[in-house]
Design a protein around this ligand. Structure first.
Ligand SMILES: Nc1ncnc2c1ncn2[C@@H]1O[C@H](COP(=O)(O)OP(=O)(O)OP(=O)(O)O)[C@@H](O)[C@H]1O
Length: 323
């Protein structure tokens, strides 16, 4: 597999603030790579460093060349903050951006792709937040790029529109477009990405395919039982603890839920509801990001293994080692 993007030890500081603290990453041709991480982790700065739109130390190559030397027909960029002229319609804006390239996609097709046919003749300033974002996504697609950077493409877009955009991005990826996107939506990252990279404090602390990340860092499945039962009074072969009004039983395979129900019945305990859930990417995110920064969050149930700094460093080394 050929790498479309190779970044080595990318560093960027703003005064005293270290935004990127030595990020190394490679993305293969046709791969979809999602960057996730807390606010301020460095995602936008990394996208800017990768596209040559901010200075950074280290090296970045797109298609084997410096980002500023790459044929711009081959690259599309949707920045996080994009402020096009307000008194052009969506159609006029896409037409304007298409005119900047030697070859461009058909504008009506792009309008349809991003769900803007009905609003194509509305001034940008009169579009809703989600419609504006759709217009911006469309403008990043007009040149039919081989490599597409999308910084929070679906922010503000309604659920149906988000799913339509996911379908569009999947069809672009199926057609061979390499995509690097940032998102705070873990369902989006899981659905779209071949690999998810988690940035925290300017470092890539993990990068792998979503299912592997969930298996490695997601913790156990859990069964939440709304009951007054005391776990000590139950004959259970799974770890259980009380949290609030519930009993949380960890690591129960779905086929063993009946055993828990039997144990409750044997102890004469009643219950109002049972909810079984598997770990997902959001729990991976919470686990890996929890040690980073003042807004880090740890789930209160105690169901995830606690990892210390040393383990996070090991995860960072793993992520960098896989280049
Ligand atoms: N132009 C700038 N001047 C000064 N500091 C900056 C600038 N751009 C980013 N930073 C700082 O760099 C750090 C990383 O910011 P960045 O925007 O890359 O984070 P992010 O992961 O994209 O965050 P978010 O999820 O909120 O979009 C933050 O501490 C931010 O305050």
């Amino acid at each position: 597999m050929t790498a479309t993007l190779v970044a080595e030890d990318v560093r960027r500081s703003y005064g005293e603030t270290v935004a990127l603290d030595g990020v190394s990453l490679s993305v293969d041709a046709g791969e979809v790579f999602a960057l996730v991480g807390p606010n301020g982790a460095g995602k936008t700065t990394l996208v800017r460093a990768l596209t040559g739109t901010t200075d950074a130390e280290g090296s970045v190559e797109l298609f084997g060349a410096d980002p500023l030397d790459v044929d711009r027909e081959r690259v599309g960029l949707l920045p996080q903050a994009f402020d096009p002229p307000a008194r052009l319609t969506a159609r006029e804006l896409l037409d304007y951006y298409a005119g900047l390239y030697d070859e461009a996609r058909d504008i009506e097709t792009v309008l349809s792709d991003v769900g803007l046919v009905g609003d194509a003749d509305t001034w940008y300033e009169n579009l809703s937040g989600g419609q504006k974002r759709r217009t911006c996504v469309g403008s990043a697609l007009v040149n039919d790029p081989d490599l597409l950077f999308l910084d929070e493409p679906t922010t503000g877009i309604d659920p149906a529109g988000r799913r339509a955009l996911w379908d569009l991005l999947e069809s672009l990826a199926d057609g061979g477009t390499t995509i690097v996107l940032t998102t705070h939506d873990m369902a989006e990252a899981h659905r779209l990405a071949d690999r998810v990279g988690l940035l925290a404090d300017g470092r890539l602390v993990a990068a792998d395919d979503p299912d592997t990340l969930v298996a490695e860092y997601g913790g156990e499945s859990r069964l939440v039982v709304e009951t007054d039962a005391d776990p000590a009074a139950l004959d259970l072969s799974y770890p259980a603890e009380r949290t609030g009004d519930s009993l949380v039983v960890s690591d129960v395979p779905p086929e063993a839920i009946g055993d828990v129900v039997d144990a409750l019945a044997a102890a004469g305990a009643s219950y109002d509801a049972l909810t079984w859930s598997e770990p997902d990417l959001e729990e991976v995110y919470l686990e890996l990001a929890s040690t980073a920064g003042e807004y880090g969050y740890r789930p209160a149930t105690g169901r995830l293994d606690r990892r210390g700094e040393g383990d996070r460093d090991a995860a960072a080394a793993d992520a960098e080692g896989e280049r």
